[in-house]
Design a protein around this ligand. Structure first.
Ligand SMILES: Cc1cc2nc3c(=O)[nH]c(=O)nc-3n(C[C@H](O)[C@H](O)[C@H](O)COP(=O)(O)OP(=O)(O)OC[C@H]3O[C@@H](n4cnc5c(N)ncnc54)[C@H](O)[C@@H]3O)c2cc1C
Length: 368
């Protein structure tokens, strides 16, 4: 079976990996350089921030993310030569209003990823002496990890590019789908070149509303900009991820600390601006004052694919026989990515699914 996948972010690339494992032939197409959009720009936290603020359908995919990434890292690292570092740093949350909610969430679900304890001041200082003295307590999630998403993408891409059954076409915008009898016959690039396959997957992230006019129903996915700043500190300088007021600091082992992030609806504007960068900087210094002694080495913005409830669209598109969706992951596409791709592969190949597919089913979610 030949599958054409539109979009080379984490959703498209992991879908390609899943289908390749089952013997499919893959063509991936991206309007720009592959793997440089939201999936590159994200932080790589392998959990929704404050999981209790998200629907079950988001959490159940996210909880599978870490173990599936461990599987993929082991499998493709020898071939790609890249370790994308699943860093078990744990997470501290400092929002007092969330302490009780977090503890009862843990008791209710009893999932390893949601295990947490409320730390007193001494425990907090012992675990993370970098945190400002103004914080006296924190909720600690010891099992939460982060992944180096730019390396993750590079590793998958390197592996896919070396595979004889994969073709990757970059810098080509897919303009339209040629549809007959509810079947996509081919996809048409902006230069009018056509690509034919047996099955087609839309993994176009924040650009997914592009398909609304052609499919004749509204796809409510919009870009929501998020900005980040990157500090460089000595190796293993910050012992844990930290979160306060929806702002987070994510330490990588080599001392890079990814900090963000903002939320703004600015269309497809992908440049960071000074005002937002300053407010992220202030939030970082409030939590970890010593960060002001270290340089900011990079700043950027990315476009999250928002969907109304944050639950992605995964499955067959309404009234279509060979057009599939894997988009709309909003703030959690990196942690949901591996399970979302696995679910899509299972649906496409008529296999038993690892989770109930209904909450993600485009036919149930779109009003056609
Ligand atoms: C600042 C920030 C922080 C984040 N932090 C986290 C986090 O810590 N944890 C987490 O789980 N998630 C996080 N996210 C969210 C996560 O990054 C996204 O949900 C995820 O990357 C979406 O992946 P995607 O593959 O669907 O989209 P993208 O990575 O945007 O990929 C879509 C691709 O499709 C291509 N494309 C679109 N339309 C067309 C077309 N017509 N023709 C050809 N190509 C097309 C685009 O060029 C793009 O490369 C964050 C996002 C941002 C911006």
């Amino acid at each position: 079976m030949h599958v054409a996948i539109i979009g080379c972010g984490i959703s498209g690339l992991l879908t390609a990996l899943e289908l390749l494992e089952q013997g499919c032939e893959i063509t991936l197409i991206d309007q720009k350089q592959a793997a440089k959009a939201a999936s590159w720009a994200g932080g790589g936290i392998l959990s929704p921030m404050y999981p209790w603020r998200y629907p079950k359908a988001v959490n159940q995919l996210a909880q599978l993310g870490k173990s599936l990434y461990q599987y993929w890292n082991q499998k493709i690292q020898p071939l790609s030569g890249i370790d994308f570092e699943i860093h078990d740093s744990g997470m501290l949350i400092f929002d007092e209003d969330d302490f009780e909610i977090g503890l009862s969430y843990k008791a209710q679900y009893n999932e390893p990823m949601q295990h947490c304890d409320l730390l007193d001041e001494t425990q907090l200082r012992n675990l993370n002496p970098r945190v400002s003295n103004t914080f006296k307590q924190a909720l600690h999630f010891p099992q939460l990890s982060n992944v180096r998403n730019p390396r993750l993408l590079k590793s998958i891409l390197t592996y896919l590019k070396s595979h004889s059954k994969v073709k990757i076409i970059e810098h080509k915008w897919v303009e339209k789908l040629l549809i007959q009898n509810q079947q996509v016959q081919s996809i048409v690039l902006h230069d009018q070149h056509q690509i034919k396959a047996d099955q087609y997957v839309i993994a176009t992230g924040a650009w997914s509303a592009h398909w609304s006019s052609q499919l004749d129903f509204n796809i409510p996915v919009q870009p929501v900009q998020g900005q980040m700043i990157l500090f460089k500190t000595p190796e293993n300088w910050l012992p844990t991820m930290c979160m306060y007021n929806v702002m987070y600091m994510i330490p990588r082992r080599d001392g890079h600390i990814v900090c963000g992030s903002s939320m703004a609806e600015l269309g497809f504007e992908h440049r960071p601006n000074l005002k937002t960068q300053q407010s992220i900087y202030q939030a970082c210094i409030q939590l970890i004052p010593e960060l002001k002694n270290f340089p900011i080495v990079q700043q950027w913005a990315g476009l999250r694919p928002s969907s109304p409830d944050g639950i992605p669209y995964i499955g067959l598109m309404p009234e279509m026989k060979n057009l599939w969706a894997n988009f709309g992951h909003f703030r959690n596409g990196l942690c949901m990515g591996p399970a979302a791709a696995q679910l899509l592969r299972q649906l496409m190949l008529n296999q038993t699914t690892l989770v109930d597919p209904r909450p993600y089913d485009p036919s149930l979610k779109f009003q056609v």
